[in-house]
Design a protein around this ligand. Sequence first.
Ligand code: PAF
Length: 309
Amino acid sequence: MPAKKCDFPEGALRIRFQPGTRNYRQRNPMKIIHSIREMQAEADRMRANGLRIGFVPTMGFLHEGHLSLIREAGRRADRVVVSIFVNPTQFGPNEDFAAYPRDFERDRKLSEAEGADVIFSPAAEEMYPAGHCTHVDVDGLTETLCGASRPGHFRGVTTVVTKLFTAVKPHVAVFGQKDAQQAAVIRRMTADLNLDVEIVVAPIVREADGLAMSSRNVYLSPSEREDATVLRQSLLAAEDLFRKGERDASVLIRSVRSMISSKPSARVDYVSLADPGTLQPIDEARSGALLAVAVFIGKTRLIDNLILP
Ligand code: PAF
């Protein structure tokens, strides 16, 4: 039996009902937008058509972790916007901004295949024109964990995410749990500034051997890549201690540190057991606490975490 097509107004969600199969969305070709004004106009059009906008902010060089966020946004919205912008203001002077991996063409294909409707990819001058001097600061939450070793990083993140939100005007934005602190800071900022955006945090996506997916994994040499699995293994070993009854945070932290230190290329930046909302360190381990690590494997700084069961 031929597919029965339903007519919808221009720009609205078009659905083709095919008897015997799952209904699926038929999409317009993906748009690539570089200007903030044009992105805002596109967002206004989508909103005027009653469409819910899902947003996945990224710095590009997409991997399966990002693709899972795009899929999550697709489940929660009618249209999905993916931003690709390597944000200079969240990198410290001695960090890897210049070397950060970039491949727009690959990102374009992957986003399109995953069903993204728009890629928003502004130039740095578009986001930070001459004279730009407004920043967003979230106090307290940004001073612990990664904030302690990367001063200014979260100010760059919160500023750019606010600017991306005002460009994309999303109803829902999806972030990854791998950057647990970033997710907590964005949640706090969104609540404090009364931004009308639902924040969703999606689970960490891992390689088969447990290494959390990250654009920075491409920096690792083969032996470093092997050593990098210790992040996950050390967290799981501490989780096991917790399951067996250990509640002293210092014991769990020592266990993670000593496992990581056994790898020749590894140097611990921090290991912390923290309250998942305030991100302040806690002395007594409890269910729901955030166990987080940052480790240099060679010159590459990797992070990972888990929530105690
Ligand atoms: O998580 C990231 O990739 C970045 O910190 C973000 C949220 C895209 C802001 O630049």
